[in-house]
Design a protein. Sequence first.
Length: 303
Amino acid sequence: MSEQISDRVGLPGLIERLKGLVPAKFRRGAAVVPVVRLSGVIGAVTPLRPGMSLAGVAKMLERAFGTKNAKAVALVINSPGGSPVQSRQIYLRIRQLAAEKNLPVLVFVEDVAASGGYMIACAGDEIFCDPSSILGSIGVVGGTFGFQELIKKIGVERRLYTAGVHKATLDPFLPENPDDVARIKALQREIHAIFIALVKQSRGSRLKGADDTLFTGEYWAGETSVSLGLADAVGDLRSTLRTRYGDKVLTPVIAPASGMLSGLLGRRSPGAGSMGALDGFGGLPDELISALETRAIWAKFGF
């Protein structure tokens, strides 16, 4: 008799232990909110350090939105921006998946979501941030160097051959041409207008600031960003999800591919410079310049 009682008492404990072996997304009785982390400079590809791109994050996004019993998808963003094309492509893919799966998207900003990083954040139905997070920088920037005086001093003769009158636009070894600058600035204004339209469509009536405040390229800390309507509230992922979905909410992190086959599975983003690793030491100057440019983008926001 005592053995039967012992068996009955032990059975529930055994069942609970077995439940613990079941992946979180298949357990019953708790909400599931998969988490995807989107970090780094967008589209800045170097031979050894590819930047964030649609090719690099598409599989993670698809896995997150395909999670069984998901109530929402959470995106954790920490990016100072980069390529406007890759930023918009990631934004569009998130919105497409959200519509297909009928799932809300909750964005949580860590240190910074600026420029292209903020464009991606706009894919969220709601944006949360820390009081010290930096958001905004809704603008377009580009730059180059002028070495024409330097090559004169060291006795180097520049020889350049082109077919097409504007093919050498902004060549750093030629004097700056006002017509080239005018064309570049017109191109920037066109891209800026696309960015502004995306923000207005995504944030709608939540935007509180005037256009000549919000869209100058300026950026703000968390509380001010909320007051301007660039974010919805100050809040962290754990507390926000527990408040909304209960203390037992499950938040499986969707990680990128890793291991020996990761390169074949798309972890390395294709793009300019992706063949540099095959060039031996010849690729080192480009790698160094790209690393410095990446560091300068982060440094703009104090990181």
